[in-house]
Design a binder for this molecule. Structure first.
Ligand code: GLY
Length: 356
């Protein structure tokens, strides 16, 4: 097992390894003390891992209860949050108890938000079961639900007390979910780690999954430590996201978050005027089963991006790659966004022609 310590306002461990769920109960008890554990998950993950998580917590004397809501991003909404809060109250969960968020980004974000607001805040443990949740959403304390106007528009910062990542669970993921997580790992490589980026360009990239997850979490830790509340350096983690969210939105969310981010990073490199970086990102994307095409025109993408919460007033911050392992933030006026998309897409098209 590997441990990465996150130094946020509440410090906590991310424990990573094959079979980690078997240790969930003992580790939760070690960190939380003896209390009740309220597992919140979705129906898909519940069928696969609900019993294993509950059994581990029961064996450790954590008196578990379990709630599963229907799977899917469309259920990351206020009515699900309300159902969870009512269920916690009906079961007399108190401020001494804790939530265990079991699943991908949707259960993690909504259960984390429930933990942040129930009884004015209780502790919670993240147990990510997708690669994307393992390397991104389970770490750093962002919790949220979606509103009709956009994703993650209602939420707050609430750090977990522990993150337990079972890499045997991640290895069992279908290819699409694995690719989705790969996009965020490529992102960490472009932001901070040429060796990690090079790993994502190898056909056998997933062989070193424990190390890749630990390295990704350690990179995220550094950005969270520098700027927990996302006003400065942490905004670098949005590499590919302003462009990527717009692509997801234009597709009516038929394209996944990871697919959007993958194309978004290539567009960012194109917009930065770095064709060689753009080609390198496209190669990594292709290796990991991620897209290398942008299916929408700049004007439609710019319109979709303008409702993004990363916009601050009339300005929007773009993360632009300088080299593999180093990026910079550039604030531009929103009126320049369509042009940035246009330059990015043109750069991406040119880089694609250079791919062997
Ligand atoms: N997913 C980006 C962040 O946690 O800041």
């Amino acid at each position: 097992m590997q441990t990465v310590r996150i130094e946020a306002s509440t410090p906590y461990d991310v424990r990573i390894g094959a079979g980690a769920i078997e240790h969930l109960g003992a580790w939760a008890r070690e960190v939380l003390g003896k209390c009740r554990a309220a597992i919140v998950t979705d129906a898909t993950v519940n069928a696969l891992y609900g019993e294993a998580a509950e059994a581990s917590l029961r064996a450790a004397g954590m008196d578990p209860i379990r709630f599963a809501f229907p799977a899917g991003e469309r259920n990351k909404r206020l009515s699900t949050l309300e159902d969870i809060l009512e269920w916690l109250a009906e079961n007399q969960i108190t401020r001494a108890d804790a939530i265990v968020a079991l699943g991908g980004g949707v259960p993690g974000d909504v259960a984390g938000f429930a933990a942040a607001v129930y009884a004015r805040g209780i502790r919670f443990v993240q147990v990510p079961t997708t690669l994307l949740a393992a390397v991104d959403s389970s770490v750093g304390g962002k919790t949220a639900v979606d509103l009709r106007a956009g994703k993650n528009l209602a939420g707050c910062f609430h750090q977990p007390s522990l993150v337990v990542t079972d890499t045997a669970v991640l290895r069992a993921l279908p290819a699409g979910l694995r690719s989705d997580g790969a996009a965020e790992i490529i992102k960490y490589g472009v932001l901070a780690d040429p060796a990690l980026f090079a790993q994502m360009c190898r056909p056998d990239w997933a062989d070193g999954l424990d190390e890749i997850v630990a390295r990704s979490v350690a990179i995220k830790r550094d950005f969270v430590r520098a700027d927990e509340f996302d006003n400065g350096a942490r905004r670098m983690l949005n590499l590919g996201h302003t462009f990527g969210h717009a692509i997801e939105k234009c597709s009516g969310f038929a394209l996944s978050h990871g697919q959007g981010v993958a194309i978004g990073m290539a567009i960012a490199a194109g917009a930065a005027g770095r064709p060689e970086l753009c080609a390198a990102i496209l190669r990594a994307n292709r290796n990991c089963g991620l897209p290398v095409e942008c299916p929408y025109p700049a004007a439609a993408l710019a319109r979709a991006a303008l409702s993004d919460k990363k916009r601050r007033g009339g300005r929007i911050a773009l993360v632009l790659p300088e080299e593999i392992g180093r990026c910079r933030l550039e604030e531009i006026d929103v009126s320049g966004l369509e042009d940035a998309f246009r330059r990015g897409i043109e750069g991406m098209e040119a880089a694609k022609r250079s791919l062997k």
